[in-house]
Design a binder for this molecule. Structure first.
Ligand code: IMP
Length: 183
């Protein structure tokens, strides 16, 4: 789906698919160096991080593995519920593994704080975070985020895996959802 297909639903485009690909290539190059010979495990947080994991992993030149977790922290609205539940757990044993949690966006950081604590108890060799987008509130939480795609303003965004009520995940670009859509 292109921005032109849903133009009236977006206030503006923040990042085009070309900008997203260019930034992911830079991060992939950093990961190639940081994890050379470490066979990192990319843990994608469903559903939003599907596109990020798919494109980041393919931009990397080193071997890696992938696994997926599903958690719920948001309903169909635009506010965090504060509740984090594991809906799907990993298939991989994390003992001794170099783990990179891959997120679409960090807002309050609630989801990731929970995930970091939970995965840390599984004895990984290392545990780091990569997020495509970071909102301002995330700076206030005690999270060491190793790789950030872009810092964005505190607005509700969609596209590139990010949804509103299940839609817009398949949009190439990342844009700000027009308030008229959820008002
Ligand atoms: P946090 O726990 O507040 O950091 O929220 C993280 C999760 O909330 C993300 O993985 C998204 O699923 C969702 N989320 C936060 N902000 C947005 C947004 O602007 N658009 C779409 N989803 C969002």
């Amino acid at each position: 789906m292109d921005t032109s297909d849903v133009a009236s639903d977006l206030s503006c485009v923040l990042f085009t698919k070309e900008q997203i690909a260019a930034r992911l290539a830079e991060i992939a190059a950093e990961i190639d160096v940081d994890y050379a010979d470490k066979n990192p495990l990319l843990v994608g947080v469903l559903n939003g991080a599907v596109m990020v994991v798919a494109d980041l992993s393919r931009a990397m030149k080193i071997h890696c593995e992938m696994d997926w977790m599903a958690v719920s922290s948001y309903g169909s609205g635009t506010q965090t519920s504060g509740v984090v539940r594991i809906l799907k757990d990993l298939n991989t044993d994390l003992h001794g593994r170099h783990v990179i949690i891959v997120e679409d966006i960090i807002d309050t950081g609630l989801t990731l704080s929970y995930l970091m604590q939970n995965l840390a108890t599984r004895d990984p060799a290392s545990l780091k975070i990569m997020t495509m987008l970071r909102k301002p509130a995330a700076v206030q939480v005690e999270l060491d985020i190793a790789y950030v795609g872009f810092d964005i303003p505190n607005q509700f965004v969609v596209g590139y895996g990010l949804d509103y009520a299940g839609h817009y995940r398949n949009l190439h670009d990342i844009g700000v959802l027009a308030p008229s859509v959820y008002a």
